[in-house]
Design a protein around this ligand. Structure first.
Ligand code: GH3
Ligand code: MG
Ligand code: MG
Ligand code: MG
Length: 338
């Protein structure tokens, strides 16, 4: 973003990478595009184009076909594979593994590539599209046509970007619990599946903590449901504060029960987090006169820690944590059991 002297933040104009081995062609293209308000960067061969592309991620590439060493077709194929790598990273972040949707398919054409070439034969046209070109115009350039193609390709690319951002935001909200702003059951299930498979591959410890508020029905009965909701928000926040690593996930597992997924965490790691959760909840000092164990809100925690065996399901981890939670409840509450 650049700041104009009005103090208003203006978006930067779209950037276009021109790739052509002929200097005169680059000059003509630059002149025509700068007149339209675009930012222009030049590369004089395919190799340089790939380097610049990775550095500046332009909004559009104008690519000559006939060039020495790395020609336009090879360059286009390489740019396309870089495009797909970017898109895959977005997909892994935003979606459960393996799930593909129409937005994902659109993403594979993220940075459009417009071939600008003297080659007019059908085989060259076919080849260009096969290696991932978005569009194709021939030289000598019809400047009015080029302007319109450039404008349309950039508009489409920007629309895809907005859709992608909206899709990511939807994915995020779909996995969030509205009341407590931690992950919901869906987010929990997806993360547990993914981390279970990852820890199976890496032979790492996966720990799970189930944390259930003690005598919460009595809390609701005494203070009302609204106070109960606020209590759950505070408890969720306290649990979240107890986890530090980016891969850890706090989720609302059900009603007044929370779950914490701790990848690459042996049992002493899980115990440390459990103790921190208990300390944070105690520090809230939420009054609970009807609690059977304390004058404040407390929780019971069940811990489990497993290196996932091959061909196993994460339900075994949930079962183990659930049993430990039951024991924590049965043996007096306000404690954790591993
Ligand atoms: P225990 O110590 O054995 O866990 O007893 P408990 O009373 O906490 O457990 P129980 O399962 O009997 O009651 C859970 C209560 O949690 C009942 C339900 O109304 C309340 N609850 C579940 N979800 C919400 C919610 O979103 N908001 C509020 N305010 N209460 C909720
Ligand atoms: Mg050339
Ligand atoms: Mg409870
Ligand atoms: Mg419960």
């Amino acid at each position: 973003m650049s700041t104009m002297n009005t103090g208003v933040c203006q978006p930067e104009p779209p950037s276009i990478l021109i790739v052509d081995d002929e200097k005169m062609m680059r000059i003509l293209l630059r002149r025509a595009l700068e007149k339209e308000g675009y930012r222009v960067v030049e590369a004089c061969d395919g190799q340089e184009a790939i380097e610049i592309y990775q550095r500046i991620k332009p909004d559009l590439v104008l690519l000559d076909a006939v060039m020495p060493i790395v020609d336009g077709f090879a360059c286009c194929a390489k740019l396309q594979s870089l495009n797909e790598e970017d898109a895959k990273q977005t997909l892994l972040y935003g979606n459960p593994e393996g799930q593909q949707n129409s937005l994902w398919q659109m993403r594979s054409g993220r940075t459009p590539i417009l071939i600008v070439t003297g080659l007019e034969d059908a085989a060259s046209v076919d080849r260009a599209f096969e290696v991932g070109a978005t569009d194709y115009v021939t030289k000598p350039i019809h400047w009015a046509v080029l302007r319109q193609r450039v404008r349309r390709l950039i508009e489409q690319a920007q629309l895809y970007k907005q859709l992608e951002a909206a899709n990511q935001e939807l994915q995020r909200i779909a996995c969030l619990d509205g009341l407590t702003q931690v992950a919901n059951r869906r987010g929990f299930d997806e993360t547990l599946e993914r981390e279970w498979r990852r820890m199976a591959r890496e032979q790492g410890f996966l720990s799970l903590i189930l944390c259930d508020v003690d005598f919460f029905k009595a809390f609701n009965d005494h203070f009302g449901h609204l106070a109960g909701d606020i209590c759950l928000q505070q408890v969720a926040h306290a649990i979240r504060e107890a986890t530090k690593r980016p891969a850890d996930l706090v989720a609302r597992y059900g009603g007044e029960e929370f779950a914490v997924i701790l990848p690459n965490s042996p049992d002493r790691g899980a115990i440390h987090v459990a103790q921190q959760i208990q300390a944070n909840i105690a520090a809230l000092k939420i009054s609970h006169p009807q609690s059977g164990v304390s004058q404040y809100v407390t929780a019971s925690l069940g811990l489990a820690c497993i290196v996932p065996p091959p061909h196993s399901q994460p339900i075994m981890l949930i079962d183990a944590a659930d049993k430990a939670l039951y024991e924590a409840k049965a043996s007096g509450r306000d404690r954790f059991i591993l």
